[in-house]
Design a binder for this molecule. Structure first.
Ligand code: NAD
Length: 300
């Protein structure tokens, strides 16, 4: 049976590094990394995510500020706030919690974020950077997956990687990061015919569809590394991923659990991106480079 990749443990280690880096910024430079979180409306799931992000900031010493707007606010008021925060030197990261209410033009809102503070990596500039393998803000969920693969010692170059799910926030950036690391990447989605004929070829199978039990044991190559990004709440309240965990773990060589796999990494990578941004602002001010390593940098 598969070795369990413990996302909680890896995330705890990365958070420890975060605390040390924040300490250096405070003691040596008198700078506290600052994150602004913008939320529009009170979607309960979003409220939970925002609370987790703010707690995570406090956990490593990042100053966070939350800006809550009513669901019927004018888009221009939100954009004005983003413009103000973009110009504020004590803010190093700005994130807009998605989804936004229907009357919003998401691209216009994300486009208002200073690209140097775009810690979610959703601004088109950073999306473009990701495509050419040169972004400073890799989107948090796939960034966390790459770190999990690295920690588990999984060699990506030359392997068959199959990504199930093609969203802008998970599947597409995931595929780009794997490509950057020289995997042979296939991307499947809801219109894919015969999903199993792709997944069975995967040495590395990343599943981010949001569909419980989508991946069953016969769809998985023996010895594959399986990363389950999905989060689904069943009618009985149980939280599960997109894989039939018990079945798949008997074929895979490694697998991430849900909860306790990718989830803890996602929030943690937001902290990493915010600290990277604060360090970059110091570099820009002429201090010695103190950049953290970049996960999506090309190998050799
Ligand atoms: P999304 O709904 O935006 O995109 C889902 C993608 O999966 C689409 O490309 C769709 O075509 C594809 N898909 C849906 N049903 C499919 C099927 N039956 N077969 C093949 N492909 C299918 O979702 P998202 O935002 O990308 O999130 C995906 C899942 O990952 C959700 O369960 C979400 O909760 C979870 N998620 C987890 C984290 C984390 O930190 N662990 C972060 C983000 C999202």
């Amino acid at each position: 049976t598969a070795k369990i990749i413990d996302g909680k443990a890896v995330a705890a280690g990365v958070r420890q590094e975060c605390r040390q880096r924040v300490d250096v910024l405070k003691k040596k430079f008198g700078v506290s990394p600052g994150l602004a979180v913008i939320m529009v409306g009170e979607d309960p799931a979003s409220a939970v995510y925002v609370r987790k992000k703010i707690q995570a900031c406090a956990d490593v010493g990042i100053d966070s500020r939350k800006f809550l707007f009513p669901a019927d606010v004018e888009q221009s008021a939100v954009i004005d706030k983003i413009t103000e925060l973009s110009a504020n030197p004590s803010i190093h990261g700005i994130l807009v919690q998605l989804p936004l209410p229907k009357h919003f033009d998401v691209k216009a809102v994300l486009g208002a974020i200073d690209q140097e503070k775009d810690v979610d990596g959703f601004h088109l500039y950073n999306v473009g950077g990701l495509v050419i393998g040169d972004t400073v803000f890799p989107p948090c969920t796939p960034y966390g997956v790459m770190l999990l693969l690295d920690h588990a010692g999984v060699d990506v170059a030359g392997r068959n990687a199959v990504v199930v799910g093609a969203s802008n926030i998970v599947g597409k950036p995931m595929a780009l990061m794997l490509m950057q690391r020289e995997a042979t990447v296939s991307v499947c989605h809801a219109k894919t015919r015969d999903l199993a004929q792709f997944t069975i070829l995967a040495d590395i199978l990343i599943v981010a569809a949001g569909y419980p039990n989508l991946i069953t044991a016969p769809m998985v190559k023996s010895g594959a590394v399986v990363i389950d990004v999905g989060i689904n709440r069943l009618a009985n309240g149980q939280l599960v991923g997109d894989c039939d965990f018990e079945g798949v773990r008997r074929r895979a060589s490694m697998i991430t659990p849900v909860p306790g796999g990718v989830g803890p990494m996602t929030v943690t990578m937001l902290l990493v991106n915010t600290i990277n941004s604060a360090e970059r602002s110091l570099n820009a001010a002429g201090h010695q480079p103190m950049l953290g390593r970049s996960i999506c940098a090309a190998t050799p």
